[in-house]
Write a protein that binds this ligand. Sequence first.
Ligand SMILES: [Zn+2]
Length: 235
Amino acid sequence: MIESIEVLKKLQSLKNKINESERYKECRKQDVQKKKDQIEAKRILSGEKHKEKISVQKEIDRKELDLKTDEGEISKFNVKLNTIKTNKEYTALCSEIGSKKADMSILEDGILNTMSRLEIVNKEYSELTENLKHEEESLKELIKSVDADVRETDIEIEKVQNDQKKYIDVLDEDFLYHYSRLSNIKGGKAVVAVMGNVCGGCFMNITAQTLNLLMGGKELVFCQSCSRILYLEEK
Ligand SMILES: [Zn+2]
């Protein structure tokens, strides 16, 4: 009887070991997913920066085109100046040229500002792509190390499963049935110690009758409150 309880305790500890290994594997896989998500966010950011880069460049092209148009118009005005007959017409045309030149000056300032902006955007974009490249390299390394960890953990799990089989083989079928059923519904805590007349699973007091059964050591004893399999913890 006591031997069977020892086997159940052993089985429980092996099962907990497997659960722990599974959790560890899950954690490592989540590390990879987290990194992938981070990279994806950066890739989106870099894509947006690339669009911004193109749009700023287009803005410069547009302004330069406007500037050329204005230059062309001023040349035409200058030609026209030579053919003008009246003073009034001359003054009007000069004022038109003046206002066109003022427009051009604003455009030129605008182009310079936009060029500075382009320089900043270019720098930001190349920093982002550089960082992305670096992150992708480090993801590859991470995947390699996680794959190795998972493989190693799988081998450990297999070893523990083989140990489990050895214990299951020597266990009474009835014991195994109760243990498996409880283990599944009690989160792996199917076999618990009784200490100071208290169940180690639900922390309720056990009855005198339960204690007597435990002392007798002839059968499986269950907690009347939580139904777990009990054993007396030796002091
Ligand atoms: Zn209990």
